[in-house]
Design a protein around this ligand. Structure first.
Ligand SMILES: [Zn+2]
Length: 375
């Protein structure tokens, strides 16, 4: 890092990741009234610029347009801006989770339990919603197997809000479903500000065979016991890479993302179970029809196994993701992971609010999917 007059150069700290992918976050104090020029090495700024915040909780993208430079930005601090946060993404840590849970502290339906202790002794939260012990369906949700992928946790907030709401969806979901939710799987990475993805020797979402991490081990032990052979709907929430241009799903995606950013919301297919490939397709069609939020989705956005990055070559011996582990469970009726873009979904802004709205659509669609589920 270097500071030369108004020019600030920042070098990313990779810690234990093998990949100079994306995550960074910092805070500037005492620059009120100045315009500073920031350069990041290696380049990793979203297509809407950096995420900016005054308090570390409420964030907005610097630019309301896409096509922002990937390696530099300028910021003019207002005379009263003494303290400003900048980040690769809209942050979400335990502090955010506690603020969210505070809203429901008098709601007995939501129980905050402990899945396990992390390697560094932190509590890995397990959120439970089970109003009906005889509920016919089991719903497993997780986010932050890759700790920098924050938008997944905002979507989980939207799902939980829907389940706890005094609405048709909320009432139906609480009556028919028992929820087991791990919002911050790599808790140490979330709190320490790691990237998490591509950790050495492998990250949390490649750990489902070796079970090196406490949280993964606890998930693989507890989920089958809790599910008790009942129909299980498993969804693991992720974000794709920050921006790119070399990995379009199809010519159609290329067209509507205008080659500039290939960012769109999608699900990841698998090649283990044909039955679950069909269930993902059915859920995708329901979500396409039912969704009300701004983040676009079509069932054709599902990335089938064998396409783009989702290929056999990228599955290393002895490594398995959460979504693929779920696929191997005999009682799974749905198992997949999602990729929610960090900043831009086909031209639509992805932020805390739009990701929560996506979560509401996901929850409503789970209800529609399960209402019409037959063995
Ligand atoms: Zn991920």
């Amino acid at each position: 890092m270097s500071i030369n007059g108004d020019s600030v150069k920042l070098l990313q700290e990779l810690r234990d990741s093998s990949h100079d992918e994306i995550y960074w976050s910092f805070r500037i104090r005492g620059a009120e009234g100045r315009t500073l020029h920031f350069t990041l090495l290696p380049s990793s700024i979203s297509t809407r610029g950096p995420a900016v915040s005054k308090d570390g909780i409420n964030w907005h993208w610097l630019s309301d347009k896409t096509g922002f430079a990937a390696d530099k930005f300028d910021y003019s601090f207002k005379p009263d801006e003494k303290d400003v946060y900048f980040s690769q993404c809209i942050n979400y840590t335990e502090r955010n989770l506690n603020l969210f849970l505070e809203k429901y502290k008098n709601n007995p339906a939501l129980k905050i339990e402990t899945l396990c202790k992390s390697e560094k002794g932190r509590r890995v939260e397990l959120l439970r919603i089970c109003e009906n012990k005889k509920a016919p369906f089991k719903i497993y949700l997780s986010s932050r197997h890759h700790c920098n992928e924050t938008m997944g946790t905002y979507a989980m907030e939207g799902i939980i809000e829907t389940v706890l709401a005094d609405s048709k969806d909320g009432k139906w979901l609480r009556k028919h479903c028992d929820f087991f939710m791990v919002p911050l799987v790599d808790k140490d990475g979330v709190e320490d500000g790691d990237q998490g993805k591509n950790r050495k020797p492998h990250d949390h979402n490649r750990d489902y065979i070796q079970q090196k991490y406490h949280s993964v081990k606890a998930i693989t032990e507890e989920v089958p016991k809790w599910a008790d052979g009942k129909p299980l709907f498993l969804l693991d929430l992720h974000c794709p890479w920050l921006r790119g241009g070399d990995d379009p799903l199809s010519a159609k995606v290329l067209e509507y993302t205008n080659r500039e950013t290939n960012e769109y919301f999608y699900f990841v297919g698998q090649n283990i179970s044909e039955r679950l490939t069909k269930s993902l397709q059915r859920y995708g069609e329901i979500l396409e029809k039912e969704r009300k939020g701004t983040i676009p989705f079509k069932a054709s956005n599902i990335l089938p196994f064998g396409r783009s990055w989702n290929i056999a070559k990228n599955i290393k011996e002895g490594m398995q993701s959460c979504g693929n582990w779920g696929t191997t469970l005999p009682n799974a009726i749905f198992s997949s992971s999602t990729e929610i873009p960090f900043a831009n979904a086909e031209g639509v802004v992805v932020d805390a609010n739009s990701a929560r709205d996506l979560g509401k659509d996901l929850a409503h669609s789970i209800r529609v999917y399960l209402e019409s589920y037959h063995e």
